[in-house]
Design a binder for this molecule. Structure first.
Ligand code: NAP
Length: 271
């Protein structure tokens, strides 16, 4: 599908690097067809030596040669970046933004003409090939553009298309979600250590438990409450643990976290 296509990733930081690595390791694109542009020469040297990609400090040069441009800088760097590259943009190019809270409308306004823009919310688990990403299309994006983005992101996990008005919710849930899971894993491991398990063992057990439960949910395609009930015997150990989770208001706390992140995503869009 990507035969002959050239991709430029502007911003070779955490997420830009993860997407580049995912595309190379899953053989979506050959490294010679991926160019990463960044302001940090040390970061570029690192990416070139680890992934054998093409790298440049010149954003315009990267855009000029690419068919698909992934915008992977922080939201606050977008206005300057888009002003810088707008002259190199034309209808033959597809822009894919991965920035939290930056709307397709604002990107379209900062580029020229009727640019083909997609907004994507990936997550860090793409690094392990287990990402969860959503794609929303701008006014001028074509159905084929969405297919490219889904293929690119699908190589590193789950990728779905949503309407743009749902992007803040996606950001709050799956964009920021890995961080919530890391906190839960850390807390479970700390509890294991308190009870006498070695740190390494406790962390492995906690992480694998999270992974296993998630896999089971997806594989069985059942309501999570049904799976929870399946492992909760009357008067048993799990029932005792669950009572403490409910007393600690875990549901309200997680709902609050997702809502706060979605709210922040909306605030960033307005700023
Ligand atoms: N990290 C996540 O889990 C995650 C999840 C979903 C979405 N995102 C989105 O992904 C985007 C990137 O996040 P990140 O965590 O990867 O950030 P990051 O690690 O800071 O990476 C951004 C990179 O872009 C460079 N940069 C800044 N301005 C530039 C410019 N004008 N031209 C070229 N390169 C420039 C930065 O260099 P300096 O550091 O020197 O400024 C940095 O190396 C953000 O918009 C974020 O909302 C991130």
């Amino acid at each position: 599908m990507f035969t002959g296509k050239k991709v430029a990733i502007i911003g070779g930081g955490k997420m830009g690097g993860i997407l580049a690595q995912g595309m190379v390791s899953r053989k979506i694109l050959s490294p010679r067809n991926i160019t990463v542009a960044d302001v940090d020469p040390a970061r570029l040297r690192e990416l070139r030596s680890s992934l054998k990609l093409r790298v440049t400090e010149d954003n315009r040069e990267a855009v000029k040669e690419a068919d698909i441009i992934v915008l992977a800088v922080k939201p606050q760097n977008f206005p300057d970046l888009l002003k810088e590259i707008r002259q190199a943009s034309n209808l033959s190019k597809l822009f894919i933004s991965i920035a939290a809270g930056v709307t397709t409308d604002s990107i379209e306004h900062l580029l020229t003409g009727k640019p083909r823009v997609l907004r994507v919310m990936p997550n860090v688990a793409a690094l392990a090939g287990e990402g969860a990403a959503a794609v929303a299309r701008g006014r001028f994006a074509r159905p084929d553009d969405v297919r490219y983005a889904l293929a690119m992101l699908g190589a590193v996990g789950l990728a779905v298309e949503v309407e743009e008005k749902l992007m803040d919710a996606v950001t709050g849930l799956s964009g920021s979600g890995p961080a919530y899971c890391f906190v839960i894993i850390e807390a479970l491991a700390d509890a294991g250590v308190q009870l006498g398990l070695g740190r390494d063992l406790a962390e492995k057990l906690a992480a694998q438990t999270m992974l296993g439960a998630a896999r089971l949910c997806l594989q069985e395609n059942q309501h999570p409450a049904r799976l929870k009930n399946m492992v909760t015997s009357p008067g048993g150990t799990t029932a005792a643990g669950l009572r403490v989770l409910e007393e600690g208001k875990i549901r309200a706390t997680l709902t609050g976290a997702v809502e706060a992140a979605a709210r922040r995503s909306r605030e960033l869009a307005g700023s």
